[in-house]
Design a protein around this ligand. Structure first.
Ligand SMILES: C[S@@+](CC[C@H](N)C(=O)[O-])C[C@H]1O[C@@H](n2cnc3c(N)ncnc32)[C@H](O)[C@@H]1O
Length: 247
């Protein structure tokens, strides 16, 4: 898939890391709380450059990572070098893992990236098949409110890279994010890049129904800054976290 292209993988690490760093630690605590004593194994679906997985690896987890972008997986491979992580370039709706994991995780709107609801169903079934009985699954997702919000373009720049990310017009419940930027190498050459990432929003109730149909037992929907506490009205938040377990 051409969305997370090479140069953007570098820019992602440079400018988008704070959220996965923060959420990696929060999900680590969540897993320890809901499944104390569980085997330390993580399936990170849509693992990107491995920012979250690296935090789990540092806590003693064995990692399986899946991502559709070869460029992102290549960076994850570098980040997780020296561990026994297995990194697989594949679509979240269609992948095989070498061993079932105790905890599956998808951070930063993987469900929205996966697209329309039939693909979301396939993704939830695939993850279910890759998690051991008694295991858990956590993911975040942008809500319809979050996707519809008109946020100003984000611009980021440091000595060697610059990037602008701007939302395009809403198309039903799909929304493009246009990203343009430039990486500069030591010899002063600039490599421009441009990509568009399309996210699709689904009602939280539809996602919970699809989760149940895929065999999961939904536990709760939480705010992303407090993963353990159920929120009464998830649609009021721009992004929520969903926690489910496998019988
Ligand atoms: C915003 S990044 C998040 C990466 C990582 N989870 C993190 O928190 O840093 C979204 C990732 O989803 C991946 N992705 C998008 N569509 C996918 C799909 N259908 N299957 C697997 N990965 C996908 C992209 O390649 C990208 O690495």
């Amino acid at each position: 898939m051409a969305e997370y292209v090479d140069a953007f993988a570098t820019a992602y690490d440079r400018f988008w890391a704070p959220y996965p760093e923060r959420m990696g630690d929060a999900w680590l605590r969540l897993h320890a709380q809901v499944a104390p004593g569980a085997e330390r194994s993580l399936l990170d679906v849509g693992c990107g450059t491995g920012i979250v997985a690296a935090r789990f690896a540092a806590a003693g987890y064995r990692i399986v990572g899946v991502d559709i972008s070869e460029a992102m997986i290549a960076r994850a491979r570098e980040r997780l070098a020296g561990t026994d992580a297995v990194l697989i370039a594949a679509d979240a709706t269609d992948f095989e893992v070498p061993r079932p994991c105790a905890f599956a995780l998808s951070t930063y709107d993987i469900l929205n990236h996966v697209g329309e609801i039939d693909r979301v169903r396939a993704y939830l079934r695939r993850v279910h098949a890759a998690v051991a009985p008694g295991g858990w699954f956590g993911f975040d997702m942008s809500t319809i409110r979050g996707l519809r919000a008109d946020v100003p373009p984000v611009t980021r720049q440091d000595g060697t890279a610059s990037v602008v990310a701007a939302r395009g017009p809403l198309d039903g419940d799909r929304r493009p994010l246009h990203i343009t930027g430039e990486l500069r190498t030591d010899d002063g050459r600039a490599t421009p890049f441009a990509t568009t990432i399309t996210n699709t929003a689904h009602p939280v109730a539809d996602v919970l129904r699809a989760l149940t149909e895929a065999g999961w037992v939904p536990s709760h929907v939480a705010a992303i800054d407090d993963l353990l506490t159920p929120v009464p009205d998830p649609e009021a938040l721009p992004r929520v976290a969903v926690v489910a377990r496998r019988d």
